[in-house]
Design a protein around this ligand. Structure first.
Ligand code: CCH
Length: 278
């Protein structure tokens, strides 16, 4: 990987040693947090920093770290991500001369996936923190209450992802949980929310899903245990023929899921640097 003038090459060298271990150590630094890992919320931070990308005009994306500014950090979609940004702050303090927030947040997601048993993700550096004027308009991150497949296809299409990549990326919901005080939704997708696996797809296909009866926003719960959840956007994957084809492939072949997830996540984290000069 060619290093840029940002000093990222130096960081990569550091990161391969002490930095990587320090970042990894942060993940289980608080046994009282959720299911005792910050991994899932780091994976989400990296995704939300990147998921604003629009391929047509190269706006948004991980390059720039505009979520540092209140305009973007206060979007309802980003509720709860302060936890992840604060967690990474000591690393920024220590390595800040060679490490931008945008590189740090993206590598946080990579370390999160890897430390929780997921595939190795190719990561590249070179993101530069930009001005708050580069913040894009709210509404680019997907709205979980939308159940029509075309909505998700359009949002991920704007980022440059096809159906297969969209379905592969959604498999990250094997990790972590919804928090009623963040998104309004509640609960985990799998019984092992700190293990990266293809369980999101196997549950989607194997469980029977009912609309949860509660005062909160519409979400689904599994009939058998009532302890797992699916968002309306997640459920749309079983109702579209092309999406369901990929759900079935990934439910039956975890290795293929790992490979396809790694490729799509890596490209999502890098989109705005591969196409925009730094
Ligand atoms: Fe997600 N996600 N996500 N998600 N997400 C939530 C939590 C996580 C959507 C909505 C939500 C991706 C795609 C989508 C993670 C990774 C990815 C929550 C709960 C909502 C709502 C937030 C809360 O309450 O804390 C929607 C809608 C889409 C697309 O349609 C993609 C893509 C990824 C990564 C590749 C992870 C991880 C979490 C768990 C976070 C945690 O704190 O445990």
């Amino acid at each position: 990987e060619g290093s840029s003038s940002s000093g990222a090459g130096k960081f990569l060298a550091l990161f391969a040693g002490a930095g990587a271990a320090e970042l990894a150590n942060l993940l289980d630094s608080n046994p009282d947090y959720d299911d005792s890992s910050y991994g899932p919320v780091l994976v989400r931070l990296a995704w939300h920093a990147s998921g604003t990308y629009a391929k047509t005009d190269n706006t948004g994306g991980s390059n720039g770290a505009t979520m540092r500014f209140p305009t973007e950090s206060k979007w309802s979609a980003n509720a709860g991500l302060q936890v992840a940004r604060d967690l990474l702050e000591p690393i920024k303090k220590k390595y800040g001369d060679v490490l931008s927030y945008s590189d740090l947040w993206s590598i946080g997601g990579v370390v999160g996936v890897q430390e929780l048993g997921g595939p190795t993700i190719k990561w590249r550096s070179g993101r530069i923190d930009t001005h708050k004027d580069r913040t894009v308009e709210d509404g680019r991150l997907p709205d979980a209450s939308r159940e029509d497949a075309q909505y998700s296809r359009d949002v991920f299409g704007r980022m440059g992802f096809n159906d297969q990549e969209l379905v592969a990326l959604l498999g990250a919901h094997a990790l972590g949980r919804c928090h009623s005080d963040r998104s309004g939704f509640e609960g985990p997708w799998t019984h092992s929310s700190t293990t990266f696996s293809n369980a999101f797809y196997t549950h989607l296909l194997d469980e029977k899903w009912d609309v949860k009866k509660w005062k909160g926003p519409k979400q689904y719960e599994d009939k058998a245990t009532k302890s797992l959840m699916m968002l309306p956007t997640d459920m749309s994957l079983t109702r579209d023929k092309e999406f369901k084809k990929w759900v079935t492939i990934y439910a039956n072949d975890e290795e293929k899921f790992f490979a396809d997830f790694a490729a799509a996540y890596a490209s999502g984290l890098a989109q705005s640097i591969t196409t925009r000069a730094v």
